[in-house]
Design a binder for this molecule. Structure first.
Ligand code: MLT
Length: 334
């Protein structure tokens, strides 16, 4: 055989091998997507265990796992107001085995941090929205103020001696706390935690004075008087704690923060897997147990149309545009 003929034959042969390998890979990928999930799935939570985001994650993890036929394991990756977890998820393999729950911090982080190693609008896939959680301005039991007026006077008299806990820049507790300080024209001493789980523990222990937290686990503590509630961040009073006035009705007009949540994956997860995740999330949110537990904490499950990729992505886009100017105007971070 002539040398040129041999080269051409080898070229053709290696072309066929490459095509066969690519074909095998493709059908392997298609098969992997069809069979997914064949092992447990990691649900990353950007805050410490025992906090509101962690609680919602654990609540949906069980029914989602049942719907998918595999265990959904919660992994807490706290720090930097959720941005450490967001970075980790943005860089994870897009194989469907890493999923992510985050709240509206996904929308506020861009205005709070100079440079983020991810882009909330392009570094992820969107599974759907989950639930909207109200917040309450809480004080430690021994705080010498029993209502909002007295709190105002106490803060005026004590200024930066008053401490306020939060879960770091990007956390809603920080956003709520700093908006409150901006509206009151005061600067308190802000103390960051890895989540409002540990912050609430310190508020209960009396180590910190104030915390703006979600209702996810605070309602029982408010009801039994272990913490003081000075106002809700909603326009209407909450049915579970009707005696707690809104901040709006106590002079902080328009003070509204409702903490929305979404489920994401890294960018590039194949559509068939995203469809299965979406179906599992919908099923979880329709489970009577989940509904009851959210309802008890006055948490609203979002309408079915929002439990979708489009519902979540559109909402995220809107919220980035809403909060950016608010944060810049309020001069957050301090
Ligand atoms: C948490 O789960 O600890 C909170 O959602 C943190 C926060 O954003 O305040």
């Amino acid at each position: 055989m002539m040398e040129t003929e041999l080269k051409i034959k080898n070229f053709v042969f290696s072309g066929i091998t490459a095509a066969l390998t690519a074909g095998a890979l493709l059908s392997g990928n298609a098969l992997a997507q069809k069979d997914w999930p064949t092992k447990s799935i990691n649900l990353v939570v950007p805050f410490a265990a025992g906090g509101p985001t962690d609680s919602i994650a654990r609540l949906i993890a069980v029914p989602m796992g049942q719907a998918l036929g595999q265990t959904v394991v919660v992994e807490n990756v706290p720090g930097a107001g959720g941005t450490i977890a967001s970075t980790k998820v943005a860089r994870a393999a897009p194989d469907g085995y890493t999923i992510y729950i985050h709240h509206m911090g996904m929308a506020t982080a861009q205005a709070l941090y100079d440079k983020l190693p991810y882009d909330p609008m392009t570094s992820f896939e969107y599974v759907g929205q989950v639930a909207d959680v109200p917040m309450v301005l809480l004080g430690k039991k021994d705080l010498p103020a029993n209502n909002f007026k007295e709190l105002e006077a106490y803060i005026k008299a004590n200024g930066s001696k008053v401490t306020m806990a939060n879960a770091g820049p990007g956390a809603v507790s920080q956003l709520c706390g700093l908006l409150f300080q901006s509206r009151m024209g005061v600067k308190l001493t802000n103390i960051p935690y890895k989540g409002t789980g540990p912050a609430l523990t310190d508020l209960l222990g009396g180590q910190v004075d104030l915390l703006c937290d979600q209702t996810t686990q605070t309602i029982p503590y408010i009801k039994d008087g272990r913490v003081k509630a000075f106002g809700t961040t909603t326009m209407k009073r909450l049915p579970a704690i009707p005696n707690v006035p809104t901040l709006n009705e106590q002079g902080l007009k328009g003070f509204e923060v409702k903490v929305w949540h979404g489920v994401y994956t890294p960018k590039g997860v194949p559509q068939p897997i995203l469809d299965k995740l979406n179906a599992a999330l919908k099923k979880a949110l329709n489970s009577p147990d989940v509904k009851k537990r959210l309802e008890d904490a006055n948490i609203d499950i979002v309408p079915a149309s929002k439990v979708s990729a489009k519902g979540l992505k559109d909402h995220l886009d809107t919220e980035i545009n809403v909060w950016g100017p608010v944060i810049r105007k309020a001069n957050i971070p301090d």
